[in-house]
Ligand binder design. Structure first.
Ligand code: AMP
Length: 419
């Protein structure tokens, strides 16, 4: 399935290409045609599944069709309500990316900051508004936002919204919104009170469901090596001495990290390739092909780049770091053990990441198996808050130094700064 097959218009396809999205995630493949078909949608899906694009992309397309390339002042036609400021900002940024080759204008509003700049953006004219409930009602009651032309309404993370006590705000909002509209309702869980709320909002909705991210964890054997930051490289080489690990997808948090890992593997004659956002599309495709053909043993990927890559029967996943979002961990290991195959996930954990392992264990409701017979056991302690602050400063300094040197030397060149 491609985005083109979903019937998206050229300016959106181009923007998705810039984001290096190669194929729609399951929720996108389901939701996009339904929304374009003007259906109401009830979606059970959580963050990390590609949910934002699943509603944002078709909304952009529907508005783009109405607005075209006209120069008149934009009309506010779509409202997306989400519980937290962070989510709101993230959604707005995504809309900005996906709509960059259209005329669409959007804004984000949330509480806890002065309203002046938010009001100014709305006043200049927008098509899409992303909002947290409190600030939205506040600006509406001041007559600063006109919701009378809303044709599309999204309630995002409905269960969290209720947990955070927003039910009365939502009820108030429903009284203000035009009744003739298309509504999309997303929630990670669907307890009774959420279903009741959705009944009030949706008319004959299409139901879509994507597996909660934690389900991947059940089919994969999961191991963790506790080690020190400086031993990770040697430990990885040690792990890869096992000839059974003939093909492995290795995750790195950062692009620089991914490049550094491939350089280190080269030194010990292990064939690897990195795919991440700084690599051109043809470089990524080549790396992937070489990996599939068995010419590359270790494919090193960042989380974003790994989305949408399709590899059959991958047995091994290595986490070179433990992600601070446990959902990301579950996504990573979900790349192994597909289609009834046995999967093995190995995580390499430095002291700073010990707490992240606990978060993961809480989410997947099981313990990772600790590998004790390691030549590089963890002996360092996690940094104190003060040490961490110092270290972050030092990291920043090294980064600046690295880029300053690179600029001085005419840019380009190999290598990265050490984190
Ligand atoms: P969300 O579930 O909306 O929070 O999305 C999670 C992450 O996946 C975000 O960083 C998106 O940019 C990314 N993403 C969404 N759709 C795709 C796709 N089709 N291909 C690759 N990455 C995607």
């Amino acid at each position: 399935m491609t985005f083109r097959e979903l019937g998206l218009v050229e300016p959106i396809l181009r923007a998705l290409e810039d984001k290096n999205y190669t194929e729609p995630t399951p929720i996108q493949a389901q939701a996009i045609p339904l929304v374009l078909d003007r259906r109401d949608v009830l979606g059970s899906a959580q963050t990390g599944t590609g949910k934002t694009a699943a509603f944002a992309i078709p909304i952009i397309q529907l508005i783009h069709k109405i607005e075209g390339d006209s120069d008149r002042k934009p009309t506010l036609r779509a409202l997306i309500v989400t519980p937290t400021r962070e989510l709101a900002i993230q959604i707005e940024e995504n809309i900005d990316d996906y709509s960059k080759y259209t005329n669409i204008k959007q804004a984000v509003i949330f509480g806890g900051v002065k309203q002046g700049r938010q009001v100014e953006t709305i006043r200049r004219g927008i098509n899409i508004l992303v909002a947290t409930p409190g600030r939205l009602l506040d600006l509406h009651s001041q007559g600063l936002v006109d919701l009378s032309q809303i044709k599309l309404f999204v309630l995002d993370e409905a269960d969290r919204m209720l947990d955070m006590g927003f039910i009365n705000d939502i009820k108030k909002l429903l009284k203000i919104l035009p009744t003739k509209r298309q509504s999309l309702f997303f929630s990670a869980t669907m307890p009774d009170n959420i279903v009741t709320l959705s009944d009030k909002i949706l008319i004959d909705p299409a139901r879509i469901e994507v597996a909660p991210v934690s389900s991947a964890a059940e089919t994969v054997q999961q191991f963790v090596y506790y080690t020190n930051r400086d031993s990770k490289k040697d430990l990885l080489n040690h792990i890869l001495k096992n000839p059974d690990i003939d093909q492995v997808l290795l995750f790195s948090r950062t692009k620089h990290g991914a490049d550094r890992i491939t350089r280190n593997l080269k030194k010990v004659n292990i064939k690897s390739a990195a795919i991440h956002g700084d690599k051109a599309q043809n470089q990524r495709q080549r790396a992937l092909q070489e990996f599939k053909d068995g010419r590359v043993r270790v494919l090193v990927a960042t989380d974003i780049a790994a989305r949408g890559i399709d590899i059959d029967k991958l047995k091994y996943v290595i986490n070179y770091d433990v992600p601070n979002e446990p959902e990301t961990y579950v996504h990573r290991i979900g790349r192994s053990g597909r289609a009834g195959e046995e999967g093995i996930a190995i995580s390499i954990c430095e002291p700073e990441e010990n707490a992240y392992v606990k978060d993961v264990e809480k989410l997947i409701k099981q313990k990772l198996k600790i590998v004790n017979d390691s030549p590089y056991p963890q002996t360092d302690k996690p940094m104190t808050a003060a040490e961490k602050k110092e270290w972050n400063k030092e990291k920043q300094r090294r980064k600046q130094e690295f880029f300053a040197n690179r600029k001085k030397n005419g840019g380009g060149g190999r290598g990265g700064y050490r984190r």
